[in-house]
Design a protein around this ligand. Structure first.
Ligand code: NAD
Ligand code: IPM
Ligand code: MN
Length: 350
């Protein structure tokens, strides 16, 4: 089968706005004879209308796709109609877990000329170009825990971080493999001074797997010190491997220091291909700017490039990356609409 099927989930807020631009650029790059798009109506509206978040029948269909492109899901924090996390856990996290997206790949690169909160004393030291390999199927995201005596002054709430040797080893190995294809430097980020059980497991497997990659230079940073390094010495990083929650937090920070969250792309990868991988911007549904046509679609467009890479369409992926690079280099401080950015990048491709 030559023609690939892309399942498209626009989702909520700015999700459909940015996905439309991602598809625009995709269509300008790849012939209509090589890709099929199947759109799925999922998200807040679907839930309000039908009570469904992600029906099993839709999961079965999504499994048949070659890849999934997602915008974002989730209501405004504090929404009175949609419970916090209902869509995020019921759709996004459910897909990451069911489709075994254990590698959550989040590259960060500071493009020349892009506004950054980093000072000239930092940016002048050299290129900032690193990738976070965030574990995607374990940790504090498993929903293990509970609350006893809920609602009383004696309430006890627990969230358990689940870390398996199997789960840690496979993501650590993937990170070493990626380091081998890059500048051969890998940093483990954790907090093993406090989280002795999970941290101990991560550290041991990080060192053990490292024996198989003698060419890769390794180091370790605690999560708190990592946030300093992202701001004070981001050039030190090549590949970072970390758990699910630490990876969530530092990739928003990584986005912020490398030109803003509107540029940060990601892939939820199932490296063995036992299920389709899913590509999405790192940002959320941004209810504060939804419907205004001002969301930056660049992160989604770059996620499309990651998707093509994963599908083996590497030449097309490089072309999109080049078009994004060129657009970013020229955009300066201009305020363009969502569609203007998509049009400009698409125009470089057709
Ligand atoms: P957010 O990423 O949606 O927004 C954070 C800030 O970044 C906001 O000020 C927003 O306007 C801005 N921003 C985000 N994307 C932008 C873009 N493309 N261009 C310009 N500015 C952009 O995070 P939040 O406000 O914490 O979350 C909003 C909702 O999204 C919540 O329901 C949350 O759970 C959900 N969420 C979903 C995903 C996902 O689906 N992958 C990811 C993160 C958050
Ligand atoms: C992300 C998001 C999700 C996460 C939320 C919405 C569940 O913040 O993709 O970074 O925490 O993984
Ligand atoms: Mn996040």
């Amino acid at each position: 089968r030559n023609k690939k099927t892309i399942a498209v989930i626009g989702g909520d807020g700015i999700g459909p706005e940015v996905v439309a631009e991602g598809l625009k650029v995709l269509s300008a790059t790849v012939g209509a004879d090589s890709l099929d798009f199947v759109h799925y109506d999922l998200g807040a509206e679907r839930w309000l209308r039908t009570g469904e978040v992600l029906p099993d029948s839709v999961v079965d269909e999504l499994r048949q796709a070659d890849a999934i492109l997602l915008g974002a899901v989730g209501a405004a924090p504090g929404s009175k109609t949609i419970p916090s996390g209902l869509l995020e856990r019921g759709l996004l996290l459910r897909l990451r877990f069911l489709l075994d997206h254990y590698v959550n790949l989040r590259p960060s690169k500071l493009y020349p000329g892009v506004p950054t909160p980093l000072g000239e004393n930092i940016t002048s030291r050299g290129p900032i170009d690193f990738v976070v390999v965030r574990e995607g199927t374990e940790g504090l995201y498993c929903g293990v825990g509970g609350a006893t005596r809920a609602g009383t002054p004696h309430e006890i709430a627990t969230e358990v971080s689940v870390n398996t040797a199997f789960g840690v080893e496979r993501v650590v190995r993937d990170a070493y493999e990626r380091a081998m294809k890059r500048r051969k430097k890998l940093t483990l980020v954790h907090k093993h001074n406090v989280l002795v059980n999970a941290g101990g497991l991560w550290n041991r497997l990080f060192l053990a797997v490292g024996e198989e990659y003698p060419e890769v230079e390794t180091d370790y940073l605690h999560i708190d010190a990592t946030t300093i390094a992202f701001v004070a010495d981001p050039q030190r990083f090549d590949v970072i491997v970390t758990d699910n929650l630490f990876g969530d937090i530092i990739t928003d920070l990584a986005g912020a220091v490398t030109g803003g969250i509107g540029l940060a792309a990601s892939g939820n990868i199932n490296p063995e291909g036992t299920a389709p991988s899913m590509f999405e911007p790192v940002h959320g549904s941004a209810p504060d700017i939804a419907g205004q046509g001002i969301a930056d679609p660049t992160a989604t467009i770059s996620s499309v490039a990651l998707m093509l890479d994963h599908l083996g369409m590497t030449a097309e992926a490089r072309r999109i990356e080049a078009a994004v690079d060129a657009d970013i280099a020229e955009r300066g401080a201009s305020k363009r609409s969502t569609t203007q950015v998509g049009d400009a990048i698409a125009a470089r491709l057709s």
